[in-house]
Design a protein around this ligand. Sequence first.
Ligand SMILES: Cc1ncc(COP(=O)(O)O)c(C=O)c1O
Length: 398
Amino acid sequence: MSSQIFSSLQPAPDDPILGLNELFKKDARAEKVNLGVGVFLNEEGKLPLMQAVAEAERRLLERGAPHGYVPMSGIPSYCSAIQKLVFGADSEAVLSGRICTIQSLGGTGALRLGSVFAREVLGLTKAVVSDPTWGNHITLFKHAGLDVAKYPYYDKATGLVAFDAMKAALKGLDTGTVVLLHACCHNPTGVDLTHEQWKEVLEIIRERDLFPFLDIAYQGFGDGLDEDAFAPRMLAEAGIAFMVASSCSKNFGLYGERTGGLHVVTPNAGEAAVVQSIIKSIVRAEYSNPATHGAAAVSEILNDPELKAAWVDEVTGMRSRIHQMRTLLTAEGEKLGVDLSFAARQAGMFSFTGLNADQMIALREKFGVYGVNNGRICVAGLSTKNVEYVAKALAAVR
Ligand SMILES: Cc1ncc(COP(=O)(O)O)c(C=O)c1O
């Protein structure tokens, strides 16, 4: 091949959020605050190593197992444990074996496997995502060959779900459209559907014969581990076919270990087995075998009742910290006479501040408070030490 082959290439644009981190690192101001990141930080502004994970890792190391290949579909004890985590141990769908769960490279890997399965195997061609959504949903679905459109989701004026518009859009979709739905802790808005709204969405899914793809990346960060899984559990109970991409990145703090799962809910165990064999062949072509370490640690935790209880407590602590930061930011706003109640109303790691790109840039340049230009801040980047400063900065750029 000629050595000119690369010469006309243009660099791909930087990821806007990762680019923010670089800017943050270079900022010399002592008072700077990073609210751009998508990771859970503790009160000290550090990414914590969860104690349950550290204990699981200690046990794994002590056992000294060799580093063999994991089956293409993943570690069986991990797959069954995360399936129960998402759908509930006593779920009929779990007990009857009609869910196929495949270990994946994080939630992203599950979205990748699911979208390839939808496009190449099921022959579906269209997908819709919420407006706005996590940017990678669009990139990923397009990369799998799906045509991607958006359904209205966030109402800027009210700061709530634009539910009537969302329903109208879903009702207008073609049969077999893949509908990406955030199961909880919507990224980037922090605004979730209520249980009643989920039920209405289910009816439309049934009427239009749509194919839901639920993304649950923040289970446990909203209202609780079981509470946040309301949507996948309701859909499983309803007996429709759908997929779920779940992630252990946030609730186990295993970001870099690429630990997640794709769950395909089918009508019966026979079909689940067929789907499993097909997705295994996709795995074979994509990366052959999943990564071991994170899944082995999660399996160790979820299959030991004592360690699992300790992990549940830690997740509860993380959720409480997020709630506390939301309450504090709102209260600081009240002191300043500025309405920051969006923080208390929304759920999960992210919030939409309602600020526009110019205001977000001003926040960064004048105050060293780093959020995403679409107005998103990561609430887990707040602490009792910086929340007053951040509230003042938010008030100043409004
Ligand atoms: C909504 C949403 N889905 C999926 C993911 C992917 O997570 P993972 O790191 O497990 O691939 C993220 C990560 O930020 C996310 O915010």
